[in-house]
Write a new protein. Sequence first.
Length: 363
Amino acid sequence: MRKLFVLLSAVALMVAFTVPAMAAEKSVSFYGRVWMDTFIEQDSKEYNAGYSYDDTDLRWDLNDNATSRFGAKFKWDNMTANIEIRPLSASMYRQWWGSWDFGGGSLLVGHTWSPLYINATICGQSHAGGTAGGYGFWVGDLRQAQIRLTTGGLTLALVEPASALTGTGSGAGETDTTFPKIEATYALKLGQISFVPFFGYNSYDEVVLATDKGYDIESWVYGLTVKAAIGPGYLKGQVWQSKNPKEWGDLYYTGGFSAFYDAGSDSIKDVDGLGYAVTAGMKLSNTVSFEIGYGAAEYELDRPGTYEDDACAYYAMLPITIAKGFTISPEIGVIDKDTNTVAGVGTEQGDMLYYGAVWKIHF
């Protein structure tokens, strides 16, 4: 009996020392951010469809859908994972993924930022979570389910395909997908200058239910981001071209057109897009920095007549660090929807002037 007691005591002692050691192999850290928008927004009557007068409103709210969040990061051995939620009941989760580091790179599985979410790498504009996105600043499809390989400077992902009916006029009633969306970037640094070319491709069929005939909707985007450090400042630029960006799944698409079904040729006519953006900034002190930016996008639909849509945005911001993790960012900017031309007839779409500040607490 005494021997059994000694044996059980030894086992209990081993467990007492082993469990904490095993638990220590996995680390968990928590983080979060709160962003509050406080802005005056002055819209021209054309900016809000259906209005017959200019409109001025106060934006004073928690940015719950784009920027405020809470998350947990996990790490054990050569594995990492991230779960992230936001205070938006309609769609609470933002990220849910795990990643394996195999030495020469990493393999990620789950829902997170897609490789072509590259707006934040050149644009610091914060109003309403990034109003300038889409106006020359390529944002893409934000966070998507994906399997992603990263090795060296290459990031290659097979992403959940975009396949929504977009009203081509073909009479299609459903969509068929065969392949995932492909997204890739490559980071190259030469001294103080970095280059990041990027590419994305998506394809699906819109199917007419009555005849089971499918129309292939192909879409792609390719471009280049360049960043240069200049003393205490920086200069960043981006240029891209796209085909059928709405069908590709660009969530910040600002053009007014979808791919179009041409009955005469029984084929799909495409939308071509071009965008470019530039930002510049510098650190004025340990607590104050400055950034200005400009972006423009233009789209053209390939059908008889003239179908074009142009838009641009520009802003200036002055982030001020109040305390560690606490920043107030005064900002002023203009979103100009410019002109939408349909069958040769142009319609002014108006603009919005906004000014105020974003209050940011990161914890």
